[in-house]
Each structure stands twice: as structure tokens, then as C-alpha cells.
Design a protein around this ligand. Structure first.
Ligand code: UT7
Length: 329
């Protein structure tokens, strides 16, 4: 069975910034509350004409350029998102066309904040099955389009962005994908959702008037689940493969709240310098947090070839996942 490795990474965030002070002019909040409770200082927001596929395309092009291959070399494109340009055609189809990836099939993967981790697992399985040689996994979300900027409990949390990783076979012993753990628990679906716009509550004047096309969250319920699950996923996956937290070079967690990340790191016994935290710059970009955080870690030299890296995420659904890789470029 071929092994799977990550061979390139690209990311994109829109240039426009929305700071905590900007938000304090829109809703009753302040920089101190947001920094203390979440760790977020600013987030990037897409201009009105920019949609998820536009950001996904830029991240994808950066990954292809880094690897030095043409879009036509791709076998598949997976776009992990909860903010597709439209319900159909899929954002994967839009990206495939925009890239000119004439030989690729693909689909959108809906797992909210766990999307990228589920996407990496799927891509690794496609490579290991021997049926695919180049799978591009993209995490992209334009959260600003589904946020209610009159609701201070949610609008301060999220930002926009995209990241892409290329997954390919490798015959280099000891590098690449080691294992994964994925879970869903639909009993938590009520605590974080966008109620309208699907077949249950199609768009109508009433759904718009009731502001049902926006993110609704019971923050405390999600927080409790996330703190417990993030640790459990990491601990269980490491044990399954005979590792301890001391063996990992970096934990790259989904960036939803600094307090969730530090609680997970503390329970694992990981010092600060072995956990990537960049929520201050981007907020929660949903499916894009892990590639954006990985890009930061690669660029500042914290993640290097041969390092053991653990990706972990928890999100709406509930969904939860973790992946273990030996970094390969
Ligand atoms: O990635 C997807 C998964 N999502 C998550 O992981 C998010 C998980 N949840 C959280 O991160 C946290 O629950 C929040 C950051 C959303 C909220 O933090 P919290 O410490 O749980 O605050 P809280 O909801 O308990 O609210 C505490 C107080 C309330 O006021 P009272 O009732 O004590 O008077 C809120 O109304 O803070 C108030 N509050 C705010 N105050 C200033 C809520 N939002 C704000 C705000 N600015 N933006």
C-alpha cells in the first residue's frame, strides 16, 4: 500500500482587517473582553465581491506553484467549507474550473471546523488506496457572510481565509501519514448551526426577518465539548500509535478559542513552544485555521522535514478529528 505525504502548502487571507476596536463600534464589546475570553485581536474580512472559491483558488495556486506542478496534474480537489459560493454547483467544481484542473474530480466536504482534518484523512485514504496520485485538500470559509454583526456573542469570533495542502504518494520510509481518528456526534447539532437556507427552512422573507441565515451558537455548550474532545482525540490517537505527547514536535490545533487550545496543551503536558497559536491574527476561519497555522509554523521554521505533527479539530455537528503525520518537505 503506498504511503501518503503532504508535499506542498498554500494559503490566502483577504487584505482587509477588522480589529476588536472596529467591532466595539458595531456591537457592545471591547478589546479587553475579546482578548481575554478568546485570544483574538483582529481578523481578515473578504471584500463584498470575493467569495469562498476566489480565496480557495488563490490558496490552491500557491500550493501548486510551491510544488512546481500544473493544475492539469491534479487527480482530485476536496473543498472543505460551510460557506460555499452557492449550494450547487460545488465549490470544488468552481475551483477545478478556475484552476484549469482538467483531469480532476472532486467534491465539497461539510464538517465545519473539523473540515480540514476530515479532508486530510480522506485524501490520505485516496492516496493509500492507490487510485489517486495528487489530491488537493482546500479549507476555505467566508464566515463574514453568515455572521450577524448585531450579535456580539458570535460576530467577534470568526474571520475569512483559505489554505490548501497537496497530498501525494511517497516511498520514503518513515515520512508522511501515520494515522487518524474522526468522530461525529449529531446530538450536539443544536448548539452551533445556521438554521435557514436549506430544505428544512428555505429562504423566505420570514427567515430573513428572523435573522435565521446567520451562525447561532450556544458558546458554553460548544466550549465544554471542545475542551474535552480536543484532548481526548489527541491523547487517544497518540496512544493508538505508541507515542506520548513528548514525542510530538508540534500540535497544530483548530483555532476557535485560545482557552480551548491552552487547556488541551496543559492536559497533554505540552509547553507553549510546541503548540501553534495564531488566533490573534485571524480569529476562527473555520476550515482554514489548520492550513493557515501550518503555513505560519513552516514559515517561521518551527515545522521541518521529519517532525512529528498532530492536527486536531472540534466543530459544529458535533465533529471532531485528529491526524498524525511525519512532516515531509
Ligand atoms: O470552532 C467552532 C467551535 N466553536 C467554539 O469552539 C466556541 C466555543 N465557545 C467559546 O469560545 C466561548 O463560549 C465564547 C468565546 C463564545 C464565549 O465566552 P464565555 O466565556 O463562554 O462567555 P459567556 O457566553 O459565558 O458570556 C459571559 C458574559 C455574558 O454576560 P453576562 O450574562 O455574564 O452578563 C455575555 O453576555 O459575557 C457577555 N458577552 C460579551 N461581553 C462583551 C458575550 N459576548 C460578549 C462580547 N463582548 N463580545
Amino acid at each position: 500500500m503506498p504511503r501518503a505525504k503532504i508535499s506542498a502548502l498554500g494559503s490566502y487571507v483577504p487584505p482587509r482587517l477588522l480589529t476588536n476596536d472596529d467591532l466595539s463600534k458595531m456591537v457592545e464589546t471591547n478589546d479587553r473582553w475579546i482578548v481575554e475570553r478568546t485570544g483574538i485581536r483582529e481578523r481578515h474580512i473578504a471584500d463584498p465581491e470575493v467569495a469562498t472559491s476566489d480565496m480557495a483558488l488563490k490558496a490552491a495556486q500557491a500550493a501548486l506553484e510551491q510544488r512546481g506542478i500544473a493544475a492539469s496534474d491534479l487527480d482530485a480537489i476536496l473543498v472543505c467549507t460551510v460557506t460555499p459560493d452557492m449550494l450547487f454547483p460545488s465549490t470544488a467544481c468552481l475551483v477545478q474550473n478556475g484552476l484549469g484542473a482538467t483531469g480532476a474530480w472532486g467534491f465539497d466536504l461539510v464538517a465545519a471546523c473539523s473540515g480540514f482534518v476530515f479532508g486530510l484523512t480522506t485524501a490520505a485514504s485516496m492516496i493509500m488506496s492507490g487510485t489517486h496520485r495528487k489530491v488537493l485538500v482546500i479549507g476555505a470559509d467566508t464566515m463574514s457572510r453568515i455572521l450577524d454583526y448585531t450579535d456580539r456573542t458570535t460576530c467577534i469570533l470568526f474571520g475569512d481565509g483559505a489554505g490548501a495542502m497537496l497530498v501525494e504518494p511517497t516511498d520514503e520510509a518513515g515520512l508522511g501519514f501515520i494515522g487518524h481518528l474522526n468522530e461525529i456526534d449529531g446530538s450536539g447539532g443544536q448548539y452551533l448551526k445556521m438554521p435557514a437556507g436549506g430544505s428544512r427552512l428555505p429562504a423566505s422573507a420570514e427567515t430573513v426577518e428572523k435573522r435565521l441565515h446567520y451562525v447561532k451558537q450556544d458558546g458554553q455548550q460548544v466550549f465544554k465539548y471542545a475542551v474535552r474532545k480536543m484532548y481526548e482525540m489527541c491523547d487517544c490517537l497518540l496512544k493508538r500509535h505508541g507515542f506520548t505527547p513528548a514525542d510530538i514536535k508540534l500540535l497544530i490545533p483548530h483555532q476557535a478559542n485560545k482557552r480551548i487550545i491552552t487547556a488541551t496543551a496543559e492536559r497533554l503536558g505540552l509547553p507553549e513552544d510546541r503548540v501553534v497559536l495564531n488566533i490573534d491574527k485571524y480569529g476562527n476561519t473555520t476550515a482554514a485555521t489548520i492550513p493557515l497555522a501550518t503555513d505560519d509554523a513552516v514559515n517561521d521554521g518551527r515545522l521541518q522535514r521529519g517532525d512529528l505533527v498532530l492536527f486536531a479539530a472540534v466543530g459544529a455537528g458535533y465533529t471532531a478529528g485528529a491526524n498524525l503525520w511525519r512532516w515531509s518537505y
